[in-house]
Design a protein around this ligand. Structure first.
Ligand SMILES: *Cc1c(COP(=O)(O)O)cnc(C)c1O
Length: 356
C-alpha cells in the first residue's frame, strides 16, 4: 500500500529503534529520566525558548497550553479550520471551561487582524463578555494544504497581541515543515509565539509524542496540567530517544517537500483533477476531482483497491501527505493510479447504492 493519508504513518527509523533500546532511563514524573530531560533541553534550545515539556500527543500539548494560558470562562481565538477547533474533541471547553471563538480562516491559513480585532469587546470592563485570553495560530496549516504562515504576518500578529496584552500560542504540529519550507531556523518562527507545540510523531517520524515550548513559568504550569490530564509518563526516555533524533534530522523533511511538488505536478497533468502545484509549499497536496462521474469517495475507494491510500480533508477535497516512508517511485505510481481511476467509470461504493 502506498500510504498517503498522513505523515503519522511514518515508522521509527532503524537508528531510532537502536537509540530507544539503548536509552538511559529514569522516572520522568520525578524529573529523573535523563533522555526525556535531554529531549526537552534540545527542543527548548532549538526553538529558542526557556523550557519544554514532552507530551504524549499534539492534542494534549495544545490542551495543556490552552489551559495554562486561559482561565475558566475566558475565550480563545482559534481558526474555524484549525485542528484545535475541529479535531480535538472540544477539550479546552470540557476540561478547561474555556470558550472557543472561531475566526474565519483565510485559504492561506491566516486569521486576519481585523477578524481577530472584532473578537475583542469594545468595553473590556463590561461584565457580560468572555474576554479573549489567547490567540491560536496553526503553522503549517493542515486544512489549508500545509500552508506556511509568512514571517511578516507573524510579526503583525505579535504586535497586535502585545497591544492587547494577549499571548499567542502556535499549534506547530508541522512547524519544522514550515521552517524547512521557508528556509529559516525554526526559532525564527517560534520567536513570534509565547508558546508552541510541535509533533515528533508526524513527518519527523518518531513513534510518539509532541513538545510544548515556552517560558519556564509557563512550562511549569503545563507540566502540572500534563499530570492532571493523565499524561505523566514514567520511563519515557524509551520514546524520547527517538524524539531527539527526530529533531536532529529535521532537515530531511526537504525530501518530502520535493516529492509533494512532484506529486502535484503529476496530478496537474491529469484530466478530471484540479490541483494548484504553486500552492504546495510543504508535504501536503490537496486536490479535487472535477470529473463529474466521480466523487472524492469513488476515487478514494477505487485508489485503495489499486494500492493507494488517500484521505478526504474537508469540503470534498482529497489530501495526500508525503513522508519518509515513500520514494519517487511511489509518487509516480500514485499519479498513475489516480489517472487510471479517474479515467475509468466509477464502481459502486461498497455498502452504498449509486444513484445513476
Ligand atoms: C496532528 C495535529 C495535531 C494533533 O496531534 P496528535 O498528536 O495527533 O494529537 C494538532 N494540530 C495539528 C495542526 C495537527 O496536524
Amino acid at each position: 500500500m502506498i500510504e498517503l493519508r498522513s505523515d503519522t504513518f511514518t515508522l521509527p527509523t532503524p537508528e531510532m529503534i537502536r537509540a530507544m533500546s539503548e536509552a538511559a532511563l529514569g522516572d520522568d514524573v520525578y524529573g529523573e529520566d535523563p533522555t526525556a530531560n535531554r529531549l526537552e533541553e534540545l527542543a527548548a534550545t532549538t526553538l529558542g525558548k526557556e523550557a519544554a515539556c514532552f507530551m504524549p500527543s499534539g492534542t494534549m500539548a495544545n490542551l495543556a497550553s490552552l489551559m495554562a494560558h486561559a482561565p475558566r470562562g475566558s475565550k480563545v481565538l482559534v481558526g474555524d479550520e484549525s485542528d484545535i477547533y475541529i479535531y480535538e474533541a472540544g477539550g479546552a471547553s470540557v476540561c478547561g471551561g474555556i470558550v472557543y471563538e472561531p475566526i474565519p480562516t483565510q485559504p492561506d491559513g491566516r486569521l486576519l487582524l481585523r477578524d481577530l480585532a472584532a473578537a475583542f469587546p469594545a468595553d473590556p470592563e463590561d461584565p457580560q463578555f468572555a474576554l479573549p485570553a489567547l490567540i491560536c495560530l496553526e503553522n503549517t496549516h493542515n486544512r489549508c494544504g500545509g500552508a506556511i504562515l509568512p514571517l511578516e504576518y507573524l510579526r503583525d500578529v505579535r504586535r497586535f497581541a502585545d497591544e492587547r496584552g494577549v499571548p499567542v500560542h502556535m499549534d506547530g504540529a508541522r512547524m519544522f515543515n514550515a521552517a524547512v519550507g521557508a528556509g529559516v531556523p525554526v526559532a525564527e518562527i517560534a520567536q513570534y509565539a509565547d508558546s508552541a507545540q510541535f509533533c515528533l510523531s508526524k513527518g519527523l517520524s518518531a513513534p510518539i509524542g509532541s513538545m510544548v515550548v515556552g517560558s519556564t513559568a509557563f512550562i511549569e504550569k503545563v507540566r502540572r496540567l500534563r499530570k492532571m490530564l493523565g499524561g505523566g509518563m514514567r520511563q519515557v526516555g524509551t520514546v524520547a530517544a527517538a524524539g531527539i533524533l527526530a529533531i536532529e534530522n529535521a532537515a530531511a523533511l526537504a525530501e518530502d517537500h520535493r516529492r509533494a511538488a512532484l506529486l502535484a505536478e503529476g496530478l496537474a497533468r491529469l484530466d478530471g483533477i484540479e490541483v494548484a502545484p504553486q500552492d504546495v509549499r510543504t508535504n501536503i497536496v490537496m486536490f479535487r476531482v472535477t470529473d463529474e462521474r466521480h466523487t472524492w469517495q469513488t476515487v478514494a475507494e477505487a485508489a485503495r483497491e489499486e494500492g493507494l491510500a488517500i484521505a478526504e480533508l474537508g469540503h470534498g477535497r482529497l489530501r495526500a501527505v508525503l513522508h519518509r516512508g515513500l520514494d519517487d517511485g511511489d509518487v509516480n505510481e500514485a499519479v498513475s493510479i489516480i489517472g487510471r481511476v479517474v479515467k475509468s467509470d466509477p464502481r459502486p461504493l461498497a455498502g452504498h447504492t449509486m444513484e445513476v
